[in-house]
Design a protein around this ligand. Structure first.
Ligand code: IMP
Ligand code: MG
Length: 434
């Protein structure tokens, strides 16, 4: 039965939460498969505006089961706060299942995230500071602590004992930082385990049961594919696998590639990036401010959901998008925030790069090359007409239709969904995804 994956196609913040919220209507199970509470999704529905960092965007539909997969790094304190806040606003979280195999973000991960960034100096990555990178590093180094370990004091003590001494040595000797105290950490995390216990379970079996019953499952990506540890703009990436390329989505919940039937990539009609690293189409003029502050008064401006940082802004980069379409194996694109372009007299799309006098149409791997590329632009006429109310492709202004058709051509993937505003209904379904 269809497992549909939704991934961010660019550097994150493409509006995945909004698209998942829309697609979740047809799914029975919605699962997060990667990243941690570095992610931030803004969702606006009839109950108000919500900012989620860990709980899947399907939570607003009471009959859906929501899962947090093994591929996610969970700060238990943040998860509990999010659950409490949802409950306080009348959202039922009783159908949430959190994988016992997911990694727990521990106090030393947060300390190390800050210390490592400081030590990087001018080449800081610009992380969200939530401890996600050091947590995934521990997972790979096989000294991570998993959510299931929080359920029994003895198990936790054994795991913390194995790791904390080492991490405290790094914190104090490498970085001159303050050591983490064993007892304090134990008491807090045993308590987190006690409070999370009703939610902890086996995510993979929930998905398999849903598949057997013929129900739709939606796998919700976090961040963007160009922040992918393998395929992104390394080393300016996150430490997990936002893409759906075989190691991402399936790995993060425990299903195989043959279980996945469709992969939807969410792309903004322009580009944004938070944090440092290459961004070939970045704009530094008034156009950046215009796009960043569009809808700012309604909280829709381009400012980070997790950190509040202003996002860097650029034109749509079709070279990067094409690359992302390929390594994600995308079957469809959801193009978001088309309405943000409504007032512009003309719109640019980057179709190729100039690198040392040559034209190239692929994304180089090396940072030094990515920093040197110059975008080659194609300029299309704007529509200068509001699109917020449009619900059918044919009712879009002809210039907007031309823009979308050109995007499809350049990136090599059909645009099946277009969003023209933050509300659930402000969408144009060109081809139903389920
Ligand atoms: P980290 O994931 O906190 O280690 O940060 C690594 C990079 O990924 C930084 O450039 C962050 O700004 C970026 N990043 C992490 N999470 C998100 C997200 O949800 N949206 C956009 N950028 C993100
Ligand atoms: Mg976000």
């Amino acid at each position: 039965m269809p497992i549909v994956v939704v991934v961010g196609g660019q550097w994150g913040d493409e509006g995945k939460g909004r698209i998942v919220d829309l697609l979740a209507r047809k799914a029975r199970v919605v699962a997060r498969y990667s990243a941690g509470n570095n992610a931030g999704h803004t969702i606006i529905n009839e109950k108000g505006e919500f900012k989620l960092h860990l709980v899947p965007a399907g939570i607003f539909y009471p009959e859906k089961t929501c899962l947090i997969g093994n591929g996610v790094a969970i700060d238990p304190e943040v998860l509990l706060q999010e659950i409490d806040q949802l409950e306080a606003r009348g959202i039922d979280t009783s159908k949430l299942v959190v994988s016992d195999r997911a990694q727990a973000i521990m106090p030393w991960h947060k300390a190390l995230d800050a210390l490592e960034e400081q030590a990087r100096g001018a080449s800081a990555i610009g992380t969200t500071g939530k401890g996600v990178g050091p947590c995934f590093a521990d997972k790979v180094a096989r000294r991570g602590i998993r959510i299931g370990d929080l359920l029994r004091r003895e198990d936790l003590a054994e795991r913390v004992n194995q790791t904390l001494e080492y991490q405290n040595r790094v914190i104090t000797r490498v970085y001159d930082g303050e050591p983490i105290r064993f007892e304090e950490c134990m008491d807090r995390y045993v308590d987190f385990g006690r409070r999370l216990k009703p939610y902890i379970g086996d995510v993979q079996s929930v998905i398999l049961q849903a598949e057997r019953r013929g129900e739709h499952v939606l796998l919700e990506g976090a961040q963007g594919s160009l922040l992918d540890l393998d395929h992104g703009t390394y080393p300016y990436v996150t430490s997990s696998v936002p893409s759906s390329s075989s190691s991402g989505a399936g790995l993060g919940v425990g299903v195989g590639p043959t279980d996945i039937s469709r992969v939807v990539g969410v792309f903004k009609s322009y580009c944004t990036r938070v944090g440092n690293g290459p961004f070939p189409t970045e704009l530094f003029d008034e156009m950046a401010t215009t796009l960043r502050d569009h809808g700012k008064e309604d909280g829709r401006g381009e400012y980070g959901t997790t950190t509040g940082r202003p996002r860097r802004i650029g034109w749509l980069d079709a070279v990067a998008a094409r690359y992302s379409v390929r390594f994600n194996g995308l079957s469809a694109v959801a193009l978001t925030r088309l309405d943000v372009l409504d007032e512009l007299p003309s719109i640019k799309i980057c179709t190729a790069y100039q690198l040392d006098g040559k034209t190239i149409d692929t994304m180089p791997a090396r940072e030094s090359m990515l920093n040197r590329v110059r975008p080659v632009y194609e300029e299309l006429p704007g529509w200068q007409t509001p699109t917020k109310h449009v619900r059918n492709f044919d009712d879009l202004p002809p210039q907007a239709q031309t823009f979308i058709r050109r995007v499809e051509e350049l990136i090599g993937c059909p645009v099946d969904l277009i969003s023209v505003g933050p509300e659930r209904e402000q969408a144009i379904i060109v081809n139903p995804i389920f």
